[in-house]
Design a protein around this ligand. Structure first.
Ligand code: ADP
Ligand code: MG
Length: 316
């Protein structure tokens, strides 16, 4: 691990993709720095296009960084990619397999690539761990999407790395499989594996991860224990349709924000630890509005981004 005890240490990481044809160059990572502590489940959260896969693919040696540095378990990827790679298992976002190998063969081949002697390979054990023992000898092309993803996790763990990185493990995956994947990730973590996963689902990160970093447009906008971050998301929004056209939105000290969103619609943002939806509606009514319809929602990732990027909270 790094001198500071981090499993992964990222410093001033910049990636600029060269433009192609008419397309201008794209600055996908704008100088990102953070540490992944050992032993936890670390969530890298951000919307599509934020730069998550770029970051993961640089760690995997699939994308060349423009500048900055990464240490994986204390090994600098520029000076010692070999040892960096030995300490990390990465499941990329895209599923790629040779369709003509069986799961058992996939794992054996990977073991061979890492130079692990036959009698020391863990192929059977790994197949059991990802619940694929009964598919041991099936062609990979006959596996379902979920099975392939599980096989990729087993493949990433062939060399028993202390760090496992999963890029969007649950994108396009059904509820049941998602639950299975979470369980698998939890099991690996309780056996001591440091897990890093990327997702664009806030709820998923919230449930799985003990620490969450948020990136947006190639910049790190938060990096906090999940509990703290969730505390910042105590905002709730109530959307109200009223009977008459709105000239000015209602005002109250109890509202964090109040705006007219259409001819007859208003959105009020409030802190749910301070007021209830009922109180908010009461205050709106007190100001002469006749309410026809109401929906409430929790602040979602978008709202949190707005909050994080607009206030002092932006300093992670
Ligand atoms: P995420 O994984 O968070 O969705 P990506 O890292 O895939 O984000 O992409 C970050 C940005 O870099 C996006 O704007 C994307 O279009 C761009 N990008 C990704 N890969 C390439 C590439 N090979 N060439 C040019 N631009 C790229
Ligand atoms: Mg991605």
């Amino acid at each position: 691990m790094s001198d500071n005890g981090a499993a992964i240490s990222i410093r001033d990481l910049v990636k600029e993709y060269a433009g192609q044809g008419e397309a201008p160059p794209k600055l996908a990572l704008k100088g990102i720095s953070f540490d992944v502590p050992q032993g936890g489940i670390f969530g890298l959260l951000g919307p599509n296009g934020a730069g998550k896969s770029t970051l993961i693919n640089i760690m995997a040696g699939l994308v060349m960084k423009t500048s900055g540095g990464i240490e994986i378990w204390g090994h600098d990827i520029d000076r010692d990619m070999r040892n960096a790679k030995l300490n990390i298992g990465i499941v990329p976002q895209e599923i790629v397999f040779d369709p003509f190998f069986t799961p058992f063969e996939v794992l054996e081949n990977q073991g061979g690539m890492y130079g692990i002697a036959k009698h020391l390979r863990r192929s059977e054990e790994l197949l059991r761990a990802v619940h694929l023992s009964d598919k041991r000898d099936a062609y990979s092309r006959t596996l379902s999407g979920g099975m392939k993803r599980r096989l990729l996790i087993a493949k990433a763990m062939v060399h028993s790395p202390p760090i496992l990185v999963l890029d969007e493990p649950t994108a396009g995956v059904d509820v049941e499989l998602r639950r299975q994947l979470w369980e698998l990730v939890g099991d690996l973590n309780s056996e001591g594996v440091t897990v890093v996963l990327t997702t664009h689902y806030l709820e998923e990160a919230e449930q799985l991860c003990d620490r969450i970093a948020i990136i947006n447009h190639g910049e790190l906008i938060a990096n906090k224990p999940t509990r703290e971050l969730v505390g910042m998301m105590g905002e709730k929004i109530v959307a109200i349709t009223v009977e008459r056209d709105v000239t000015a939105p209602p005002v109250s000290e109890s509202f964090l924000k109040s705006e007219k969103t259409g001819e007859r619609t208003i959105e009020v943002t409030y802190d749910k630890s301070r007021v209830t939806a009922g109180q908010v509606l009461g205050l709106v009514r007190d100001q002469g509005f006749v309410i026809e319809d109401v929906t409430t929602r929790e602040a979602d990732l978008e709202d949190v981004f707005v909050q994080l990027t607009s206030g002092a909270a932006a300093t992670a």
